[in-house]
Design a protein around this ligand. Structure first.
Ligand code: ZN
Length: 498
């Protein structure tokens, strides 16, 4: 944990400094609750304040979440704290349910990360002040609390959605913490009774350049799978074979995104929320990143032009990989058309009752469907069809293909063993699907043009790479700024190699 000193933390609390929101929690020994630094309640005495770097650490120390400032609504920044890659990755997996259910354990989680169990525990204690199990438990409690406050879901569904094994365990946990039944925490809202969709708010650390995010997604929206309309992003989603759709909007006054989810299985809600966070890059400590990139005279004016510019992720690793291959050597518009054909041919139709918008119809094809299809059936060069097939087969053979694997260089090297995946494609997949925030496709024409437009002179991939050294460990954000500088609409569809 790298918390500033007690006095600094206390001053942040006194001034309700939102810059500390998500990075610091305060346990108040006189009341037994823990709060966000922005809590509207009267500031407690200095001697009663105990500061923590994570909600789990506060909960571990015996504090319960405050009902006023609601720690579950703090921006979830833990994953990009830059303290430890292994911790970030473990947190991402825990958010997707890696420690929920009977078949899962810390041992298995450690194994997936290539670590020993004891090593993982030690890293968690060092960086978060809590064990992996208590981080997972805290997440469950906080997610359940959010569902209680923000939705009208029945309590049995809340318990299931938050990953509690049984309603009894859920009730017990809440009684222990709050000395009352979970249902007593809910305020009835008759207007929202019988609501079909689960609606949640996901907070980010401001600023957030929503316009750039939306126009990036709009330029690439696949017909039938994605719609961008009236300032919102909508798409079909598939998780573990179940299909539905989501709508994401911007709530700037709440420093949040609003998400509506229409999906048949509540147990998959945590995964859907984790994916939305990843797609919209909600975990970025953007102020720190913008500050770092502004140190470069070329990037400084770009950052000033688009403060809070995010690096868009992907809904699904395989989908991003296929898009990357389709985008080799052609424009964004052409790639989007090809993706549309692919969806019509190989994607499954979503049942109408789970479609949130008439423009949505199919989910993106799964790797297995494409690997086993006798023909991909797209009019494109044979080499790229072979690459599509190879990506599908590799994804079927290794379900963790689009997860981090060692260093960024190792991740890229592993992707490059797939036939037809060159440096550009591998870097692009690492950036958007695997969320390597230091990935950088230096051969991309859009990047080179963007850099040239700032420098006033042409540059080469090698020069660009040299220059990018000082942008580490956030080269992905620098790339996003250069693409944006290259002009809306052109973006990163064209590049010089595969
Ligand atoms: Zn509070």
């Amino acid at each position: 944990m790298e918390l500033p000193g007690r006095e600094v933390c206390y001053r942040a609390l006194e001034s309700r400094d939102s810059r500390f929101d998500g990075l610091m929690f305060v346990g108040i020994s006189s009341t037994g609750v823990y709060c966000r630094p922005v809590c509207p309640a009267r500031t407690p005495k200095f001697v009663n304040c105990h500061f923590f770097g994570s909600a789990a650490a506060a909960q571990n120390a015996g504090y319960r979440p405050c009902l006023r400032c609601r720690p579950e609504t703090a921006p979830d920044l833990a994953s990009w704290r830059g303290t430890s890659n292994s911790v970030s990755r473990a947190l991402a997996l825990i958010a997707e349910g890696a420690l929920d259910g009977d078949g899962n354990s810390v041992e298995k989680l450690a194994e997936r990360l290539g670590l020993g169990e004891r090593q993982l525990r030690r890293l968690f204690l060092q960086h978060l002040g809590a064990s992996p199990i208590s981080v997972a438990q805290t997440r469950r409690v906080l997610f359940a609390k959010q569902l209680i406050h923000e939705t009208q879901m029945p309590m049995t569904e809340v318990a299931m959605a938050a990953g509690f094994g049984s309603l009894r365990r859920f009730n017990e946990t809440f009684r222990d913490l709050f000395h009352r039944a979970p249902s007593a925490l809910r305020r009835r809202n008759p207007a929202r009774q019988g609501e079909k969709d689960v609606k949640l708010r996901l907070r980010y650390r401001p600023p957030y350049d929503w316009r750039s995010m939306l126009s990036f997604l709009e330029a690439r929206a696949i017909p039938g799978v994605e719609v961008v309309e009236a300032g919102c992003y909508l798409r079909t989603v598939e998780v573990d074979g179940a299909m539905g759709s989501i709508e994401v909007s911007h709530l700037p006054e709440r420093e949040s995104l609003g998400v509506s989810i229409r999906f048949p299985d509540v147990r998959l809600l945590p995964q859907i929320v984790a994916r939305v966070r990843r797609l919209f890059d909600l975990g970025a400590d953007i102020e720190t990143i913008d500050h770092h990139l502004s140190g470069d005279p070329v990037l400084a004016p770009l950052v000033a032009l688009r403060p809070g510019l995010r690096a868009p992720g992907g809904w699904d690793g395989f989908e991003i990989a296929v898009r990357a291959v389709l985008g080799q050597q052609i424009s964004v518009v052409a790639a989007r058309g090809l993706a549309g054909h692919l969806v019509v041919r190989h994607g499954r139709a979503v049942p109408k009752s789970f479609l949130i918008h008439p423009g949505l119809s199919h989910v993106f094809p799964r790797a297995k469907q494409m690997a086993t299809a006798p023909s991909i059936g797209l009019g494109m060069p044979a080499a790229r069809l072979t690459a599509l097939k190879a990506v599908a087969e590799a994804a079927v053979a290794d379900p963790n293909l689009f997860r981090p694997f060692g260093s960024i260089e190792e991740t890229v090297a592993r992707l490059r063993t797939i036939r037809g995946i060159g440096e550009w494609t591998a870097q692009y997949i690492a950036l958007r699907a695997i969320r390597e925030m230091d990935a950088f496709p230096a051969t991309d024409i859009g990047l080179l043009r963007g850099a040239a437009s700032m420098d006033g002179a042409k540059t080469t991939p090698r020069n660009l790479l040299n220059r990018a050294e000082s942008w580490r460990p956030w080269r992905a954000y620098a790339a996003q700024h250069l693409w944006a500088a290259d002009g809306a609409g052109r973006g990163n569809g064209a590049h010089v190699s595969t």
